[in-house]
Design a protein around this ligand. Structure first.
Ligand SMILES: NC(=O)c1ccc[n+]([C@@H]2O[C@H](COP(=O)([O-])OP(=O)(O)OC[C@H]3O[C@@H](n4cnc5c(N)ncnc54)[C@H](OP(=O)(O)O)[C@@H]3O)[C@@H](O)[C@H]2O)c1
Length: 254
C-alpha cells in the first residue's frame, strides 16, 4: 500500500464496492522514533487509495484509533469530541482521517485496544502468562475500551450495509466501534484471571511512567459509539462478555 501504482492496479482489478483500510504502522513507539516512516505508512497509503477510488462508486472505510484523543476528558469520548493526539502515531492517524474524509464516500471507524484471533494481543498474553504461572505487568493508569476484532468486523459490516441503504450526505462520517464499557489493563487482566480460574496475584500493576514508553499514551481513551448506534440501531456487547467468548474459544481455557 505504499506503492501508488500497486494500489491503483489492485482497485482496477478488484472493482470493489467497499474498501476496508486497516493497514497501519501501529507500533506507537516505533512511530515516535521514525515520524517519516510513520507518515509514509499511515497517511500516504490513504492518499493513494482515495486517488485510486475517485472515479469509482466504492465506499472507503478507514480504521483509525482512540489515540487521536489526548485523554484529558477523563470520560468516554464521543464522535463529536475534538481530537488532540499526543503522539506521532496519533497525529499520523488523525492526518489519515482528514485525508480520507476528503473522499466523499469515506467513513472513519475508531476502535480502541484490539484483541482477537490472528495476532498476539494483551488478552492472549495475559492468558498465556497466567496459564504458565508467570507474572504479567499491567498498566493501572490507562483506561480504554477493549475491542474484540470479531465485533469490530461485524460493526464495520453493519456500517457498510447502513450507508449503502441510505447514503445520506449529511450523516455523521466518524463512528466509534468498541465493546461497551471501559477498564484499565489491570481490570482487564483481573477479569481474565477470574474467568480462567487463576489467582490475580500474578498481575503486577505498573504505571506508564514506570514502563518508560517512548511515545506518550492518553490516560483515558475509552470511547462511546453514539453515532454507530444511531446509524445501525445496534449496540455492541460489553467488553467482558466479548473477552469471555474469545477465551472460551482458545486452548488455554479450562
Ligand atoms: N492494536 C490496537 O490495539 C489498535 C487500537 C486502535 C486502532 N488500531 C488500528 O487498527 C488497525 C490494525 O491495527 P493492528 O494493531 O492490528 O495492526 P497490525 O497487527 O500491525 O496489522 C497491520 C496489517 O497491515 C499490514 N501491512 C502493514 N504494512 C503494510 C504495507 N506496506 N502494505 C500492505 N500491508 C501492510 C500488515 O501485514 P503483515 O501482517 O503482512 O505485516 C498487517 O496485516 C490499524 O489501523 C491501527 O491503527 C489498532
Amino acid at each position: 500500500v505504499t506503492d501508488a501504482g500497486a494500489v491503483k492496479r489492485l482497485v482496477q482489478a478488484c472493482r470493489p464496492d467497499a474498501v476496508i483500510h486497516a493497514q497501519a504502522l501501529s507500533n506507537v513507539d516505533a512511530c515516535e522514533h521514525d515520524p517519516e516512516t510513520a507518515y509514509l505508512q499511515n497517511v500516504q497509503p490513504v492518499k493513494y487509495l482515495c486517488r485510486a477510488l475517485q472515479d469509482t462508486p466504492a465506499w472507503l472505510l478507514l480504521v483509525s484509533t482512540d489515540y487521536v484523543f489526548d485523554g484529558r476528558k477523563q470520560a468516554p469520548y464521543t464522535e463529536a469530541d475534538a481530537p488532540n493526539p499526543l503522539s506521532v502515531y496519533g497525529r499520523t492517524k488523525l492526518a489519515a482521517e482528514e485525508q480520507a474524509l476528503r473522499y466523499p464516500r469515506a467513513r472513519v471507524v475508531r476502535p480502541s485496544t484490539l484483541f482477537g484471533v490472528g495476532r498476539m494481543n494483551f488478552c492472549q498474553a495475559v492468558a498465556m502468562a497466567l496459564s504458565q504461572g508467570q507474572s504479567i505487568l499491567a498498566l493501572r493508569d490507562q483506561t480504554t475500551s477493549p475491542t474484540y476484532t470479531q465485533d469490530l468486523a461485524e460493526g464495520i459490516e453493519a456500517v457498510i450495509q447502513a450507508i449503502r441503504r441510505a447514503p445520506d450526505a449529511s450523516a455523521p462520517r466518524i463512528y466509534h466501534i468498541t465493546n461497551a464499557g471501559a477498564c484499565t489493563r489491570v481490570e482487564f487482566a483481573t477479569h481474565i484471571a477470574a474467568q480462567l480460574g487463576y489467582s490475580p496475584s500474578l498481575i503486577r500493576p505498573v504505571t506508564r511512567q514506570e514502563l518508560g514508553f517512548d511515545a506518550p499514551r492518553p490516560a483515558w481513551s475509552a470511547l462511546v459509539s453514539d453515532h454507530f448506534t444511531s446509524l445501525t440501531r445496534r449496540t455492541i456487547r460489553p467488553w467482558y462478555d466479548a473477552v469471555n467468548e474469545y477465551l472460551a474459544q482458545h486452548p488455554w481455557s479450562n
